[in-house]
Design a protein around this ligand. Sequence first.
Ligand SMILES: Nc1ncnc2c1ncn2[C@@H]1O[C@H](COP(=O)(O)OP(=O)(O)OP(=O)(O)O)[C@@H](O)[C@H]1O
Length: 308
Amino acid sequence: MGAVIEVSELTKRYGGKTAVDHLSFTVRPGQVTGFLGPNGAGKSTTLRMILGLDAPTTGAATVNGVPFHHHPRGLRHVGALLDAGQVHGGRSAAAHLSALARSNGIPRRRVDEVLQEVGLAEVAKRRIGGFSLGMKQRLGIATALLGDPPVLMFDEPVNGMDPEGVLWVRRLFRRLAAEGRTVFLSSHLMSEMENTADQLVVIGRGRLIAAESVRDFAARGTRSSVVVGTPQAAELAAVLTAAGASVEPEGSAGAEKLAVTGLPADRIGALAFANGVRLDELTTRTASLEAAFMELTADSVEYLAGPR
Ligand SMILES: Nc1ncnc2c1ncn2[C@@H]1O[C@H](COP(=O)(O)OP(=O)(O)OP(=O)(O)O)[C@@H](O)[C@H]1O
C-alpha cells in the first residue's frame, strides 16, 4: 500500500545560505524511516520540498514517481504533520478536521475515527486555542491520518508530548509501517529513533551523512571501547600502548580501570595473560547510537553551545 519517497539531488538556497545541498535518498514502504540531523540541518526544508510547499532551487522530490503537487486530493496520498502550532485556534478540533475532510473528499466518519485514534474524542468540541502542545501534536497526527494515506511524514512529532504520549506515538508509527505504509519522521534526537525507526537518513548542514539501517548506523560509531579492571593498571597500560591501543584511565582511586580503544577484548585478555597481569573486569562497551550520531554530525552542528 505504501509508496516510495525519492529525493534526488535536492538543493535549496536562501540567498547565500544553502539549507539543503544536493541531497539524495529513498524512503521505502513497510518501515519507519527516521530523518535525523542537528538543529538547522535542513530537515524541515526537505520535508516542505517533498510536500511541494517550497520549490527546490535544483533537484527533485517525488512520491511514487510523481511530484507531490501533481497528486490530486493531497491528504489521501500523503499525510503530514509539519508544524502543530499552525492551526486556527478559534475552531474546535472536530470543525478543523471536518473542513479538511470536506475539501479533500474524505468521508465525515473519518473525523470521528481519527479523533478516537489519537485520544482527542473527549475534547473534540473544544477550541484548539486552549490545547497544550502535546494535544496539538495529536491533532496534527489526526490530520495526517485523516485521508488514510499510504505515505506519512511527521516533523518532530513527539515535541511537547508527555512520556505516555511518546510511547503511544511510537506504537502508532510502528503499526502504520506494519500496515505497509511509508512512515518518515524527523527528529534532532537520536534517542527518539532508537526504539522507533528501522532505517535512518542522517543529514548535517543540508548534506547526506548516512542512509542505512539503524543497526548499520550504530556499528559505525568508532568509539567502541573495552573497560579493563586490574590492580596492575600502570603495567597493563604500558603493554597495551606498546601493542598500539589508546588507553585512558577511568574509575576512582582504589578501583582504577582502563578504557581501551583500538584492541578487541580477546587481544587485551591474551596480552594481560602473557604479561602476568591480573584482570578483574573485561567489558566491551559498544558505541551507542547516540554516540555514533554525535560523532558523525560533530562537524555539521550549526549552533554549538559555548565558545567555538
Ligand atoms: N525561509 C527561510 N529563509 C532563510 N533561511 C531559511 C529559511 N528556512 C530555513 N532556513 C535556514 O535553512 C537552514 C535549515 O533549516 P531547517 O528548518 O530546514 O532545519 P531543520 O533541520 O529542520 O532544523 P530544526 O531541527 O531546528 O527545525 C537553517 O539554517 C535555517 O536558518
